[in-house]
Design a protein around this ligand. Structure first.
Ligand SMILES: [Zn+2]
Ligand SMILES: [Zn+2]
Length: 225
């Protein structure tokens, strides 16, 4: 006898999390995403429909295949994937799971998807991302982008986060995770500049005092320069 799992009929589409690379069509016209591992075979847009990655003539997700979009239930699980060396330049996506889906313990496999939010990690130098720069690789006529600060982007082609969101369309929200500076005690540039100005003022005062002391003692100014 064939047993069927109970069908779920949620009022709201379920939310899931996954990681992907941000990509831009070579002509710069439209933005989208490229999955990691199995999903790397099929780039997708903000709102998209899964096709069987093996080219089989069935609707994704099919029970006896592993095609369809994939996501996990917990944000933390997806964040955990981002620490792997080969996924460091990927971003975290929050998605709405649309259409038929198969629920697993850790996530969903499903037919349609809307990417709601993309969270871009810091530049490899630790500063918060201010641009998306050409990552130096691509696939299927799409150029991969990666988070960069203005300094580290160098002379590479670059796009603002807002431009990427506009080219992706569909109301995508794109946010930059705080840089390492903002998380720890390490001072940022403005703090260091203020500290340097204060030290310079103290040094000027100290040199002035030494100079007066030297004159009072009738000698040469001590060599503090
Ligand atoms: Zn399939
Ligand atoms: Zn940087």
């Amino acid at each position: 006898m064939r047993t069927r799992l109970p069908e779920e009929r949620p009022k709201e589409p379920p939310t899931g999390y996954k990681i992907a690379h941000l990509v831009l069509d070579a002509d710069g016209g439209r933005a989208g995403f490229l999955g990691v591992s199995l999903g790397a075979a099929a780039p997708y847009r903000v709102l998209d429909e899964a096709r069987c990655v093996y080219g089989r003539r069935h609707r994704a997700p099919h029970r006896r295949c592993d095609c369809g979009f994939h996501c996990v239930h917990e944000r933390g699980t997806a964040e955990g994937l981002l620490v792997q060396a080969e996924h460091r330049r990927a971003v975290l996506l929050e998605v709405s799971v649309l259409g038929p889906y198969i629920r697993f313990e850790r996530g969903f496999r499903y037919a349609r998807q809307r990417v709601r939010t993309a969270t871009v990690g810091p530049c490899p130098c630790g500063a918060g991302a201010s641009v998306l720069a050409d990552a130096g690789w691509g696939r299927d006529g799409r150029r991969a982008l990666e988070a960069a600060c203005g300094g580290c982007a160098g002379g590479r082609a670059r796009w603002t986060l807002a431009t990427f969101a506009r080219l992706a369309g569909g109301g995508l929200r794109i946010v930059a995770a705080p840089g390492v500076d903002a998380l720890g005690d390490a001072p940022g540039m403005p703090e260091l500049a203020a500290e340097a100005a204060l030290l310079q003022a103290r040094l000027d005062w100290f040199q002035g005092q030494l100079g007066r002391l030297g004159e009072a003692m009738g000698g040469d100014e001590p060599g503090v320069r």
